[in-house]
Design a protein around this ligand. Sequence first.
Ligand SMILES: Nc1ncnc2c1ncn2[C@@H]1O[C@H](COP(=O)(O)OP(=O)(O)OP(=O)(O)O)[C@@H](O)[C@H]1O
Length: 293
Amino acid sequence: MGIRFDAVTVAYDGNVVLDALDLTVATGEVMALLGPSGSGKTTALRAVAGFVRPASGRVFLGDRDVTDLPPHRRGIGMVVQSYALFPHLRVEDNVAFGLKARKVPKAELRARVAEALEMTGMAAYARRHPRELSGGRQQRVAIARALAIRPDVLLLDEPLSALDARLRSGMLAELARLHRELPEVSILYVTHDQIEALTLADRIAVMDKAFSAASTAASTAAMTSAPGEAARCRSSAAGLVPTSSSARWVSRYRPRTHTSASGSGGRVGTTGTVALPGVTRQRWRMAATAAWL
Ligand SMILES: Nc1ncnc2c1ncn2[C@@H]1O[C@H](COP(=O)(O)OP(=O)(O)OP(=O)(O)O)[C@@H](O)[C@H]1O
């Protein structure tokens, strides 16, 4: 199920963080939100999850306007940097948590927990407590918990940033595999890391505090329309330095979605988001349910 921000403005105490954000993530697409600290990436995710209410604009999941829905009715799975596992619950109970809250019948609950643990390679750790697991395994449990509710949309907020480099590259490969197994789940992936974005994403939206000088903390996303512009976009608009490997990737970008420009002036448009090489899509056999932990 796709995600659409329609002129979404979010302000904290009058401080504009998202300024009329227009952004569309297609069904089954991975969109990375890349950008410097404070540019509003997490806020964009929280607006989709329902943890912040836009001052104006609407958030759509598929055709559904979810702007006024509480988080648990949006059908979203979310994974954050800090795992956010319940320390007193075993792995299987952490994964089951959202299903219990949704009153999923016991037999189905057990099947779904087993399925999610299998998908994340954590079946052998079902009876452990989080403290008995490494950071990488804890994050797998958090991912399993998000998947157990069979979300239409997965929001990943720097899910790998607490892991060391070796674990991070392993998990990156795991996330890419999961995405192939769940081709109809749309993923919004917040990261500071260009390599993560380039590895996982079909498209990258670069968030930038382009308006900070003019209007306190307003943000916008600067995006490129032509493959060759990607490096420039990341370096000049977002203040990120393109690496030689990313530059090579850049040359392989193929523009995929282009809609009309949403104008200048802080508004974020889908115009010219950068499309990355896609992955083979397989059908996701899981039925979608509307649930949140
Ligand atoms: N609950 C809040 N109350 C007030 N200000 C907030 C709140 N949450 C975020 N902000 C501010 O909004 C701006 C954007 O924050 P946000 O966390 O969305 O950025 P980010 O791009 O995700 O940053 P980071 O990469 O550091 O996580 C920052 O200036 C931040 O201080």
